[in-house]
Design a protein around this ligand. Sequence first.
Ligand code: EPZ
Length: 429
Amino acid sequence: MDRIKVIGGSRLEGTIPISGAKNATLPLMIASLLTSGTLTLENVPQLADVVQLGRILGNHGVDLAIAGKRPGQSDGHSQTFRLTAHEIVDTLAPYEMVSRMRASFWVLGPLVARMGEAKVSLPGGCAIGTRPVDLHLDALRALGAEIELEGGYVIANAPSGLTGGRITFPKVSVGATHNALMAATLAKGETIIENAAREPEVGDVAECLVKMGARIEGIGTSTLNIQGVDELKGAVHSVLPDRIETGTYAMAVAATGGDVMLDNARADLLEAALDVLREAGVEITVTNSGIRVSRNGAGLKPINVETQPFPGFPTDLQAQLMALMTIADGTSNIRETIFENRFMHVQELARLGAEIDLDGDLARVSGVRKLHGAQVMATDLRASVSLVIAGLVAEGETVINRVYHLDRGFERIEEKLGRCGAQIERLSS
Ligand code: EPZ
């Protein structure tokens, strides 16, 4: 199993190209199930999750052709995916597949919408909380699907097709919004989704669905109005930049000090996180080509933050912010309100000398003068990258085990950081 070795202490200087967003790419790939036409996705990141989802979709009959980036090519050559589900050959998504990636559960809505039936295993994914799927199932029921749970599987049936309906989510869910939105595009009549997730990735999927012929109003707001159509067609869509990758590298620069241009990054996708960094004393300059992040000499001020659905501070940047605040001048309060078990990085950060007290959903982080390198364990995707950030500032050598978590969501992280002066290396085994 690969590990990553980091020697802390180098400032980061240079340019980091921001890739297409993982969390938009996955539902966009799934949207290919809705049409027999070819969906062309540009700016697709090279990630383990993307490869895995390609396999899962292949089981359902999606043909995937990849063009663009070749091994050894420099940055800027993103991949282009051509996905064609000419025929759906199987409406079963088995446990072996879905348990490895939670987002693959989102095939449920598109499959029922197009085929009138689906049998999808209950999901797995990062161990960051109980992560139920009740909102997904209630949404599909509101569109007329009959849902049964049997032997760890969700069996959904709508033999005469889905019908439009009103879905009012009691709590914001990104995945349930994706599932409901994709299903509603092919349902008969009007669907209104209230309290929809406003995450930019939901908007990106909605924009793509519109290119495919869907009729959607309210994109970017919490109320989506969808007029169902008989069929969707192929389209060409470019995946929006990854705001979590952007925020992660911004925090790495903030932690180490230095000056880095985050190329292709879009500030409007992560205003809340940029505001927090500014508050901490980091200089952020938004330009036409991206975001420049710098911190030269000045200390880091502690902050108080709670995670919220978009446009609030994202839970997917909570671990990285915590790594940053371990070396701030004072005590920060970081509250996690989205997932109940997303503090697994705390004990690993403590191995590097961080002082963090947990009290329910609140982490009190007392800044220390120095972190010290150690062996640590990656527990989930964002937790792993928080350990990379901590390793970049820790004195001496940090070795991060179970790096496969990182490969799920960060494209060539060691290369991107290495080019900016980080001493980081993958140890293959
Ligand atoms: C998406 O997960 C993201 N995954 C997550 O990113 C992200 O952390 C999360 O949204 C929140 O922003 C992808 O986009 C692939 P939710 P999702 O449904 O859709 C509860 C990463 O690191 N809930 O918005 O699974 C749930 O338990 C990943 O890239 C229900 O109660 O998250 C949680 O408390 C990890 N019932 C809250 O809603 C449901 O049926 C938000 O979850 C569904 C969710």
